[in-house]
Design a protein around this ligand. Structure first.
Ligand code: CMP
Length: 139
């Protein structure tokens, strides 16, 4: 089914000027970037976004990193966009990511792993709503 997912190009991507290179991989995979905005995430936004990880030992580090530089938040649309984008991103740990994936090509570590993508269609809706209104999206 035609679906939307939420994507973040993380601070390690913007710092290395990789926005276009990552977007090229996304578009080559057949996903359409139907919403996109470059922002500096506030601590509050990052804590809300990653609330499910609050009890994890890396939570503080994760929030620090996500607020350490600009990010590009995106809405991606396509057939089975949630699963498709997870395939295109590759494994969370770049050391385990498959050849040709974004994380294999660009990610530096499990923390600084270049991109985020929603893990389910339900979470995609919640995550998109945190950063986009309907007026920010044009399909
Ligand atoms: P993301 O998909 O954005 O969702 C949660 C993030 O936590 C994940 O990507 C990783 O970047 C980060 N993460 C997971 N495990 C670790 C870890 N062991 N140390 C630091 N960050 C981690």
């Amino acid at each position: 089914a035609l679906e939307r997912t939420f994507s973040i190009l993380k601070p390690d991507a913007t710092r290395r000027n990789l926005t276009g290179a990552v977007n090229a991989v996304i578009e080559a995979a057949g996903l359409r970037i139907v919403g996109q905005r470059r922002i500096r995430m506030t601590r509050e936004q990052a804590e809300t976004f990653y609330a499910v990880h609050k009890e994890r030992p890396f939570f503080g580090e994760l929030v620090e990193f996500m607020t350490s530089g600009p990010v590009v938040v995106q809405v991606l649309e396509g057939e089975n966009a949630v699963a498709k984008y997870r395939e295109v991103m590759g494994a969370t740990n770049p050391a385990q990511a498959a050849e040709g994936t974004i994380r294999k090509q660009f990610a530096e570590s499990v923390g600084e792993n270049t991109v985020h993508g929603s893990d389910s269609a339900d979470n995609a809706k919640i995550e998109i709503a945190q950063f986009f209104t309907d007026a920010d999206i044009a399909a």
